[in-house]
Design a protein around this ligand. Structure first.
Ligand SMILES: *Cc1c(COP(=O)(O)O)cnc(C)c1O
Length: 463
């Protein structure tokens, strides 16, 4: 798939013949429950509410742009994943999607485990009281200091990503007098059907150790012989925003094949298999994500079938959804600043945020939806491009969407499904102040990550 930070602007007429924006939705005031957090609805007076609070009130109290996260939806999704996989499996929330201390507490309360991939995420997890044994530490180049902290803290597992790291973790664990539980991350040669920049299991990539050519088998040999390591399983993560279960099936099959080889060569049955995350969510009404119970059943069936065929005891399965848990639970609220009609070309709606709070559109050509949320409108639909306020023409939030043609400065619009990889990838480009994350639940709103201030910017700039 081609990638362009500066898409050549299709003309109005071209856009109208393509994709889901070929025709405006029947009712612009309707909110598709697939893309909005569960407690979001439009009230009688026309303003949208979340957790029982009108967005107009939220904007007054917390300002814009801001992320509003539906806490009860987040907790419900955690429970849905935990229930779907049951007591014989483990669900690890991938912290890189969005992590804060409040999130860690919710995960802990809802019985989930947590993936971290940096010292910063590890600190957040430990500080908020996640038991270390429920943390898995990932990454293709963990520093020695990070590994030391993780081993010292007693993290449940470290996912080894290279031959050097196998030796490194072994050394560090021995120095600290520990035996660290580890998994080996393998690349299974599956190309998940997704954007190439978020596909990670084909072989030409920086993550993992290839099954192909016997590399992964060699990694297992070393991990089994080095002191300080307790090899408990094999890990595979094939990509992101995946809808098609076929990639996971191939991945599971190949990982089980490796477990079989390990049993045959070493007489050891590794007890765990981690199939990673990457489950897709609905960003627009065109997306049809799988429910956790369907995913759990599909993965459970394939692993037990393959293991039975190989005469292996079924290992404990783990999965690592990030986006699928937090993505749908939040939306970004913006205020419209300008509406610019370029005759015969396009209408640009500028908002008070942009690529600093949502880089995914520019980075991955991601699609989003958008709605006018501060009032109802029965005006005719107009095709727009929602753009930010940054000094960069690729600063696009929503490439093509319909908003009412009476849209005006001061209106509030919201982009749903921004819970994952938006605040966590936010930047200070143009010295933008990163927006707050506000958790809303049962009529109460509280800031869980505050808005950055200009003092914060100046504090880092030591002159
Ligand atoms: C990014 C990542 C995940 C989470 O991916 P999502 O698309 O958010 O579900 C899980 N596991 C690993 C190893 C990852 O790198």
């Amino acid at each position: 798939m081609s990638r362009s930070a500066h898409p050549a602007g299709p003309r109005h007429a071209d856009v109208l013949t393509e994709g889901h924006y070929a025709a405006p939705p029947a009712d612009l005031n309707a909110l598709d429950e697939k893309v909005w957090a569960r407690t979001v609805s439009r009230g009688d007076d026309g303003a949208v509410t979340v957790g029982g609070i009108e967005v107009t009130r939220l904007a007054e109290e917390f300002g814009t742009p801001a992320y509003f996260l539906d806490e009860s939806d987040f907790r419900a999704r955690c429970r849905a994943w935990a229930d779907a996989f049951g007591a014989d499996a483990d669900v690890f929330y991938a912290g890189k999607a969005f992590l804060s201390r409040a999130v860690v507490r919710w995960l802990k309360e809802e019985g989930l485990n947590l993936d971290v991939c940096s010292g910063g995420e590890l600190t957040t997890a430990l500080d908020a009281g996640m038991p270390a044994e429920r943390i898995a530490f990932h990454g293709n180049n963990k520093t020695v200091a990070e590994i030391e902290r993780a081993v010292r803290a007693g993290v449940g597992r470290i996912v080894l990503d290279s031959f050097q790291e196998i030796v490194r973790v072994s050394h560090i664990a021995q120095q600290l007098g520990r035996r660290q539980r580890v998994q080996i991350r393998v690349t299974v040669g599956v190309e998940a059907h997704t954007h190439e920049f978020i596909a990670t299991a084909h072989e030409d990539q920086k993550f993992g150790i290839a099954l192909a050519g016997g590399q992964a088998a060699e990694a297992v040999r070393r991990a089994l012989t080095l002191d300080g390591l307790e090899l408990v399983g094999i890990h595979s993560h094939i990509g992101s925003q995946i809808f098609d279960m076929a990639g996971f099936e191939v991945s599971a099959r190949r990982v089980v094949q490796l477990l079989t080889e390990v049993r045959d060569e070493h007489g050891v049955e590794l007890p765990e298999i981690d199939l990673g995350g990457g489950l897709g969510i609905a960003y627009t009404s065109d997306d049809d994500p799988r429910e956790p119970h369907e995913i759990a059943k599909a993965l459970g069936d394939i692993v037990s079938r393959e293991c039975e065929a190989a005469g292996l005891a079924t290992p404990r399965i783990s999965v690592e959804p990030g986006r699928a848990i937090v993505g749908p639970t939040a939306f970004t609220l913006y205020e419209v600043g300008t509406v610019k009609h370029l005759e015969g070309l396009r209408t640009y709606v500028s908002v008070d945020g942009g690529m600093s709070d949502n880089i995914r559109t520019a980075l991955y050509d991601a699609e989003y939806s958008v709605a006018l949320v501060s009032r109802r409108s029965d005006a005719e639909p107009m095709l727009v491009r929602v753009v930010g306020k940054h000094c960069e023409s690729g600063d696009i939030v929503v490439k093509d969407a319909f908003l009412p043609s009476d849209l005006a400065p001061g209106d509030l619009i919201a982009v749903p499904a921004t819970g994952a990889y938006c605040r966590s990838m936010a930047s200070n480009y143009n010295h933008a102040l990163r927006p707050p994350v506000v958790a809303v639940r049962d009529g109460e709103a509280r800031v869980i990550v505050r808005r950055e201030t200009e003092e914060d910017l100046l504090r880092l700039d030591v002159g």
